[in-house]
Structures are given as structure tokens and as C-alpha cells.
Write a protein that binds this ligand. Structure first.
Ligand code: GCV
Length: 666
């Protein structure tokens, strides 16, 4: 059977740096050579340089340093900092811990793999302190091997309700550590069936082994908890967080769990959401639930990450006042300041659910006294499902750069989640991951750019989308300059192209219900999920202003006034905030209806251009990579055409307004 791809850690021979003498002698300061992370760092370095340059470096160790004890997020950032200094005949790595050394090694390997000159890159001492304390991947893997919203095969963690540990497990750890990931949640937030038993001795041995492998690459192991474990596996009749019996059960359980899995760092919890149980069932608050667990795991130095994806999914579509977009804010803001200091609230980037365009969640910049983490999704549930190419790093850059006006300085989302704005005890960023057991890990080779890019951006938020795309392409696909440029171009335009042929002006949700792939304009209209476009023959959009649901006013000023006013609201979000006539003129000078027609025709045409560009690279690319992406483009074009024709036809039929350019609408 063919082996799985090694992606960007599959080092191949390189031309540059072959005569770089500094690479022959590498000095590592900051941790003991006996540390398991340092040992892995040394073998990564030796294997990588041997494969790429046929150099076997002489590695020596200087000062071991004193490891920084972690009691807050900033300690993690301090520990993981590193410097690289170039001397005439050596490279010196100064890590503040073994993890720092590991990241420095991957920095050097990346430089060589991208064929950049070591002499130039490290001409001036390079120091990097990670931008975020927690840089996490959330797996939505189920123990039966399926993956919720997984588009690259089955789980490589679980087969038939058993945990699998093999060579691939270690390669996964290498792959993600190499881009700076330091935390992984290994099971779906919807904890059901066998997964509820992950905190029992049925799985302890394997989990302990897994935790050890991750720990060797500086990655913390996290699991999702079934909030109702006391009932489902504990034999109690309640999960009330204030009930002494419930608290007693969790205390005993956690003592057992942390004794058996010493590397475990904490839990992620989805409660009171989409049918999952939670504290609301018992008339308690989200803070009551989170704090109860957090207090218990505190003595093990662990944390509770509590998701803010709490909303009513049984809404009445006739009710125009209830607004799903408000739910996170309304459920979590009143308790700001009540969460204990080892709780982190995990907040999806938008108020809805990973649509191609959403405003930033008003919880980010609304919460001021609570630890916060941002949750993004690289699994592309609504953004092409790893069939359509959609490089998400430009979107993540926009999210991170958003000014929330929550304080005078340092008020962007990046500032908040780095811990800087509110001097938070813990903070960071998590992505719902896009990996599976497909031989190339992410289904579409180009979707690997989102896995690579998420890690790189989480570690060094200042990197540009272009830099990240170039590193990914050079390390994973090709070094041919013209091909690199062409593939970067595909990646960098892909998100806007996807947006153009799908949901216009921030409205979202015109997807096929349940699967979330492909167009269905009315799929979620008149239903219970709270996700409407409210189009009729006169106009489209949701009134979230002070005259509508009031959602726009949840932002700090001047954002609230900007979103509340259709004249000030940015075009790309205008239908998220306003119900407007099709004849409304946008800032672009186009009417809403003409914008819909133009973007859909353009988006489909651009998708065809991207596919043609890919075809033109055939002779320059590895046959398997070429064919994998070609086949995905074939499907993307069918999808893009369907979206274009359905959306245009739908709105032409609703509005009766013809396309100014007279193009074919069905
Ligand atoms: C894991 C959306 C998805 C669900 C997912 C949920 C969540 O509703 O469609 O599959 O469940 O988000 O983030 O919890």
C-alpha cells in the first residue's frame, strides 16, 4: 500500500545552503540534552539536514537554563521563545525551554526547505516569542472512526471504538509541532457513545501513551467531556453543577483521570448546545457549570475550555425578534467576571457558524474580565469542504486585525487572544481541524495550506497570508518559481472567489441543509435553526439594527453605529445587518441585485481560471499532487456553476429585475 504523505516535514534534497558551514555545528542552549523534546529536536534537525543538504551537524549543548514554571499563559509564551544566532562556523539556538529549542529547529529546517539562505535569514539574531499561549487543534473525531464535518477520510485516532497508535501518530505530532501547535483536543465536542468512556479505565492506557507522544513534541493533550457524565456513566440522576453528589463524583473521577494520564492538560466542553446537556437544564448558569469543573481540575494544573456556542436551535422562523446571532452575547456577557481563572471561554469567530463572511463575534471585545480563546474552523464545513479550494488565512488575518474598541490600546482580536489586552491568565486560538486518514491528510493537497497556515499564524500572527502561502507551497508542493507564484495566486484569491459564487454580502446560509455543501437558497429558510435571509420580491437581508433585533448595538462604538447604518456598514456585511431593497445602491456603486449577478458570474469565471492555471502546471508537479487537485477542481467547477445559476435565477425570479449585462439567467 502507498504510504501517507509527509507534507512539509517530508524533506527532499535542496540546492541552496549546501556550503553553509554554520549548519555543520549547532549549539543548543536552554534545556538538557536528556529532555525528550530536545532529543526529538536533535533527530528532527539531523534527519532534516541530512535529507535536504546531506549535512550531518555536530550538535553540542551549552547552558541548560532553568525551565519556567507555567502558572499562566504568558509563561507558556516565555518558555517557548527562542533565538537563533549565526556565527562564522556555527548556529546557536537559545531556547527558554526544550520547546523553544524544538521551535528553533523547525525554524532552521523551514529556512532550508524554502531554499532561503541561512546567512541572510539569520544575519541578524532572530528572536521569536509565540504570539499566543495556546495554539490548539480541535478534532471532531468520533470513536467509531467517523469525523463530524470531516472531509479527508476517517479518523487516524480511532477505529471501531479503539484508540490507534502507530507511526502516523508520531508523524502527526511532528507535522503540527513543526508549525507551532502546542495543544490538541482529540475527540469531538459532541461527546457521545464510546467517547463518554474516555474518562474510564477502558481507554486510560492508550490515552497515556498518546499523551506521551504529544508531550515529546511540546503538545498538550486535551479531551472533550460529556457534561452529563454523572448520569451517563456515573449512575447518578443529576448533572446539576451545584449538587454535592455531582461535585463529589467529578472529584473522584478527576483524581483517577489525572493519575492515569499525567500529561493531560484539561478539557473542552460543549454544553447546552444543539441537544448537548448542560447547566441550563438545572436552572444554573454557564459559569456554574464551568467553574465546578475548573475548581476540581485546578489541583492538577489543568484548565476547562468552555464553548460559547450556546443558542436556541428550535426557533420559530416567524419570530423576527429572536436572533441566533445575539445568543452568545446574551448568554455569556452577564456572567463576565464570574468565571474562575482556569476557565477559558472559547468563542467562534463569528456570531453564527463559520460562514464565508460574518462579522466578528461581539463577545470578542465585549467580555473584559474573562479568559478568552478564538475558535476558527479549517475544516471548511461551509467553505467548500476541502473540495473547493479556499485558503482561509486571509480571513483569519482580517479577524485577528479587527479593532474591537474594547480599550484604548491593544484592542484588536489578536491583542485580546494573545492575553495582552486584559492581562488574561490564559488565552489563545483554536481551529477545528481538517485532517483525516486520507494519505495526504487533508483530502485536497491545497487544503493543507490551512493546516500549515493556521499553525504558523497562531505562532507568529504578524506573518502575512502571502508569506505563509509561499512557505507552504515551497515546502509541500514545488520549488519551481513560476509554479510557486501560480499556486500562491490560486490560494490567495480562493476565498474571495468562493465568496463571490456563494452567499452574497454577508448573508450566509444558502447551503444544503445538514451536509452544508452546495447551494440551496431556501434550504434553511422557514426552519428552526435561526439562519435566515428573509428574501421576498422587494428585498433581502436581516434587520439587526436598533429597529430590528438590536444585534448591531452589541458592538463597542464606533462599530455599533457603523453596523447600524446601511450607509456606513461595509458592503460585504450589509445584508447581515440590514434588510434592503434589491435596488439599494452599495458603496461600490452597484445595486444589491446587480452585485449578486456580477459576483456570481465573476466567481464562476474565476474558479474556471484557477482550474486552468492548475492544469497548466501539470508538467511541473508531482503527478499525484497534480491529479488530486485537478479532480477537486473538476468538482469545484460543478459546484460553482450550480451556485452561480441557482442564486442568480432565484433572485431574478424573486425580484423580476433583469441583469444589466443581459447574461444568461435561468
Ligand atoms: C460539532 C455546527 C456544526 C456541527 C458542530 C457544531 C459545533 O452546528 O454543523 O456539526 O458540532 O457546529 O460547533 O458544535
Amino acid at each position: 500500500m502507498k504510504d501517507y504523505a509527509k507534507l512539509w516535514v517530508g524533506y527532499t534534497p535542496k540546492k541552496n545552503n549546501r556550503d553553509c558551514s554554520a549548519l555543520s555545528r549547532i549549539v543548543m542552549n536552554g534545556a538538557s540534552e536528556n529532555d525528550r523534546i530536545v532529543k526529538n529536536a536533535v533527530s528532527e534537525l539531523k534527519d532534516g539536514l541530512k535529507a535536504m543538504l546531506d549535512i550531518v551537524p555536530d550538535v553540542t549543548f551549552g547552558m541548560a537554563g532553568t525551565d519556567i514554571k507555567v502558572t499562566k499563559g504568558a509563561d507558556i509564551q516565555d518558555r517557548e521563545e527562542y533565538s537563533i544566532t549565526l556565527n562564522t562556523d556555527s548556529l546557536v539556538i537559545d531556547g527558554k525551554s526544550a520547546s523553544g529549542i524544538l521551535y528553533a529547529v523547525f525554524d532552521i529546517l523551514r529556512t532550508v526547505a524554502c531554499e532561503k539562505s541561512i546567512e541572510k535569514v539569520y544575519a541578524v539574531k532572530k528572536t521569536v516569542r509565540p504570539s499566543n499561549p495556546l495554539r490548539m487543534l480541535n478534532h471532531w473525531d468520533n470513536m467509531d472512526g467517523s469525523i463530524e464535518r470531516g472531509y479527508s477520510g476517517k479518523s487516524f485516532f480511532y477505529v471501531d471504538n479503539e484508540i490507534v497508535i502507530d507511526e502516523r501518530t508520531k508523524d502527526y505530532a511532528r507535522l503540527i509541532a513543526s508549525v507551532g501547535i502546542n495543544a490538541v483536543v482529540i475527540n469531538n465536542v459532541n461527546v457521545k457513545d464510546a467517547a463518554s468512556y474516555m474518562i474510564t479505565d477502558r481507554y486510560f492506557d492508550k490515552l497515556a501513551q498518546l499523551g506521551e507522544i504529544f508531550a515529546g513534541y511540546g503538545i498538550g493533550l486535551y479531551m472533550c467531556l460529556n457534561y452529563a457524565s454523572t448520569i451517563e456513566i456515573g449512575g447518578l440522576d443529576s448533572a446539576d453543577p451545584l449538587d454535592e453528589k455531582v461535585i463529589g463524583w467529578w472529584k473522584e473521577k478527576m483524581a483517577e483521570v489525572f493519575a492515569k494520564i499525567p500529561t493531560l492538560k484539561g478539557f473542552l466542553v460543549k454544553a447546552d448546545s444543539e441537544g448537548r446537556p448542560g447547566p441550563f437544564t438545572y436552572g444554573r448558569t454557564q459559569a456554574d457549570g464551568a467553574n465546578m469543573l475548573a475548581d476540581i481540575v485546578k489541583e492538577y494544573g489543568a484548565i476547562i475550555i468552555w464553548r460559547c456556542f450556546v443558542y436556541n436551535c428550535k426557533q420559530d422562523w416567524r419570530d423576527k425578534k429572536t436572533d441566533r446571532a445575539r445568543a452568545g452575547y446574551d448568554n455569556f456577557i452577564p456572567m463576565d467576571g464570574d468565571y474562575h481563572d482556569n476557565v477559558i471561554l472559547q468563542i467562534k469567530n463569528g456570531p453564527m457558524d463559520f460562514q464565508i463572511r460574518e462579522p466578528i463575534s461581539p463577545l470578542l471585545g465585549g467580555l473584559k474580565k474573562t479568559n478568552q480563546m478564538l475558535e476558527v474552523q479549517i475544516a471548511q464545513e461551509y467553505t467548500g469542504q476541502q473540495i473547493d479550494v479556499c485558503y482561509l488565512i486571509p480571513e483569519f488575518k482580517e479577524i485577528l486585525g479587527f479593532k474591537t474598541y474594547c480599550s484604548e490600546n491593544d484592542d484588536t482580536v489578536a491583542d485580546i487572544i494573545s492575553g495582552k489586552t486584559f492581562n488574561s491568565r490564559y488565552s489563545g486560538i483554536a481551529a477545528v481541524t481538517n485532517t483525516g486518514n486520507d494519505l495526504n491528510w487533508t483530502g485536497n493537497y491545497l487544503a493543507g495550506a490551512n493546516l500549515f497556515g493556521f499553525g504558523r499564524l497562531a505562532f507568529e500572527t504578524e506573518l502575512s497570508s502571502e508569506q505563509i502561502a509561499e512557505e507552504f507551497v515551497r515546502m509541500t508542493i514545488t520549488q519551481d518559481d513560476a509554479a510557486v507564484k501560480a499556486i500562491m495566486d490560486i490560494l490567495l484569491r480562493s476565498r474571495e472567489v468562493y465568496e463571490r459564487y456563494t452567499c452574497p454580502l454577508g448573508i450566509g446560509w444558502m447551503v444544503t441543509p445538514a451536509t452544508h455543501y452546495g447551494c440551496s437558497v431556501d434550504g434553511y429558510e422557514y426552519d428552526r435553526w435561526g439562519t435566515y435571509h428573509r428574501a421576498d420580491h422587494l428585498g433581502i437581508g436581516v434587520d439587526r439594527t436598533d429597529k430590528g433585533t438590536g444585534y448591531a448595538l452589541l458592538y463597542n462604538e464606533p462599530n455599533a453605529s457603523m453596523y447600524n447604518d446601511p450607509e456606513k456598514c461595509p458592503d460585504e456585511l450589509v445584508l447581515f445587518f440590514h434588510h434592503l431593497p434589491y435596488t439599494h445602491v452599495l458603496h461600490s456603486g452597484k445595486t444589491v441585485i446587480q452585485h449578486i449577478y456580477d459576483t456570481h458570474f465573476e466567481g464562476y469565471a474565476e474558479a474556471k481560471e484557477m482550474a486552468a492555471t492548475w492544469d497548466s502546471l501539470k508538467d511541473k508537479l508531482d503527478a499525484e499532487i497534480y491529479e488530486n487537485v485537478r479532480e477537486r477542481f473538476e468538482r469545484q467547477l460543478v459546484n460553482a456553476r450550480e451556485w452561480c445559476d441557482q442564486v442568480n435565477s432565484y433572485f431574478f425570479r424573486k425580484s423580476g429585475i433583469p441583469d444589466e449585462k443581459g447574461r444568461e439567467i435561468w
